[in-house]
Design a protein around this ligand. Structure first.
Ligand code: ATP
Ligand code: ZN
Ligand code: MG
Length: 497
């Protein structure tokens, strides 16, 4: 790596008469801090501005030397000659050169800098940046971003890693229809009022609620999970910590607060509404802030936030909690389908925090309870696969699946309405992850003695429902006995003329 920084170094007085002292100061400083092949040069430009040029390799990053140079200046030159240096310093150009693992497949750009790549040699060039900018660790992140973008080019279009862990026997489906369509025809469900949202009439509600009860009674309570209730409006600082804000900003539903609750300020909006009976969006915009939060995407970030900075007592480990009240919002756009890919869904999310050994045991126990539900209560045709985002595999965090401790297991079910079981896409109806120390670190969660890991599992009630109905149909008399113990007949519902 090569770092070349060119700056104008302002002085509080004329340095013409002390040039020799400065030259000596610079060469002493250089001797003290520089490695071979590195150099610092200094020139007086006019009377009161020094031209500074720092050229270093990878360990002595030029931007890290700058504050040291300023400090040394104040101890030597300022003290002796009463000429302060470096206040309002202007970095005219900062050029960083580094090697890439692979040649990029196409051009790359990042904010704040020009990126020039020739073969595996990358250069990022910043112009006119402030000292504060250099102090903020942006440079390291910009280098990392260029490397990440090149790497990503090689993964585009490559599918997810997928490795079968377990599969059930084939089961003969009761029918081959799409449950959402059929339920809509029967009036159990109603689409809307906006994209990807549903209104569940009493019949569909009873099924979703049965799913919820089964998850709690058959999985979570037997394992000792305790229920918590969280907020489902998530401020950006939480998503900054979990990485969601950079991960999925195009999937959030954003939340904005009113600028004021003083109705006086809202008078024009109210009047316009009264007269036009329409929403005047321009007027509305004057009265609401830019979003500073979003609707829950997954429940775990706010659960981790609740542990932020805490030390958990050993006797409370492993922490086993779940939320079932926060509703998840995701802008699914083109992928929407029926109640299985919606913009608003009901999910139970258990979160577990404990030692590595405790979490591996929690995973085993959860898998056992889940298997019990899907085999004995739903009688499903389903499978489990090890799936892990490629970037985690790439980072060397996840290697050969099943022997690994961290990663994600997807639960997938055959959807008979989609066609042949071998050729059609199966539906992911839930997942289970162990995520190592990623989140406990992000929120600084500690234990008295133990090193902590965490994980979570997403139980999508719409997905459980659609999976079950796609295989078992809508006629309760044909449902498996295990399920009938929870729901044997449906509410009458409401008839419309
Ligand atoms: P997919 O690949 O299907 O988009 P995902 O990887 O985004 O799923 P996760 O973020 O892992 O899903 O969420 C875990 C669980 O939440 C899923 O297994 C599913 O049960 C549920 N879920 C996620 N997105 C939706 C959705 N749009 N509609 C209904 N349920 C969903
Ligand atoms: Zn989660
Ligand atoms: Mg998704």
């Amino acid at each position: 790596m090569r770092f070349n920084l060119k700056a104008d170094f302002p002085l509080s007085g004329s340095a013409v008469s002390i040039r020799q002292d400065i030259d000596k100061f610079v060469s002493d400083f250089a001797k003290k801090v520089l490695n071979e092949n590195e150099k610092i040069s200094w020139n007086l430009k006019g009377e009161k501005v020094g031209e500074l040029d720092i050229d270093t390799g990878g360990t002595n990053r030029a931007h890290n030397l700058l504050p040291r140079f300023k400090k040394a200046w104040s101890l030597e030159i300022s003290k002796k000659h009463h000429i302060a240096g470096g206040r309002g310093i202007k970095i005219r150009e900062y050029k960083i050169e580094f090697e890439l693992e692979k040649e990029p497949l196409k051009d790359i750009s990042i904010p704040f800098a020009d990126v020039i790549i020739q073969g595996k040699n990358a250069k990022i060039i910043l112009k006119d940046v402030s000292e504060e900018f250099l102090r903020k660790n942006y440079i390291d992140r910009m280098i990392a971003l260029v490397k990440e973008k090149v790497k990503n080019q090689y993964y585009e279009g490559k599918g997810e890693f997928w490795k079968l862990i377990w599969e059930s026997d084939e089961k003969k489906p009761v029918w081959t229809k799409d449950p959402t369509e059929e339920m809509s025809k029967l009036g159990w469900l109603k689409q809307g009022p906006t994209k990807g949202k549903w209104f569940y009439q009493p019949q569909a509600t009873a099924i979703l609620k049965a799913m919820e009860e089964i998850a709690i009674k058959e999985v979570l309570e037997p394992l000792g999970f305790q229920e918590i209730i969280e907020s489902h409006i998530v401020p950006f600082d939480i998503w900054l910590k979990t990485g969601h804000l950079e991960g999925m900003p195009a999937e959030f539903y954003y939340v904005a607060e009113p600028k004021t609750r003083d109705v006086g300020q809202w008078e024009r909006f109210i009047d316009l509404t009264k007269i036009t009976k329409e929403v005047d969006f321009d007027e509305l915009q004057k009265n609401v802030n830019i979003p500073n939060a979003g609707i829950c995407y997954a429940q775990c970030p706010v659960i981790y936030w609740s542990f932020k900075g805490k030390t958990i007592a050993e006797k409370s480990l492993p922490v086993l909690v779940y939320d079932r009240t926060a509703i998840s919002g995701r802008y699914e756009s083109g992928g929407r389908h029926g109640i299985e890919r919606v913009d608003e869904f009901h999910r139970i999310e258990p979160v577990y925090i404990g030692t590595r050994e405790q979490l591996l045991e929690v995973r085993d126990k959860l898998l056992e309870r889940y298997k019990h539900v899907f085999n004995n209560i739903f009688d499903l045709e389903w499978r489990m696969a090890w799936v892990t985002p490629w970037y985690m595999q790439q980072a060397g965090k996840i290697g050969d699946a099943i022997t690994q401790d961290t990663g994600t297991i997807d639960f997938e079910a055959y959807m008979p309405y989609r066609g042949d079981r071998k050729k059609s896409e199966w539906l992911e109806f839930q997942n289970l992850s162990i995520l190592g120390d990623k989140y406990v670190k992000a929120f600084n969660v500690k234990a008295q003695k133990s090193t902590l890991w965490s994980g979570c599992s997403g139980i999508g009630l719409e997905r459980w429902t659609t999976t079950f109905l796609a295989q078992k149909g809508l006629d309760p008399t044909k449902w498996p006995e295990g399920f009938k113990n929870y729901l044997k007949e449906l509410p009458k519902g409401i008839e419309f003329l």
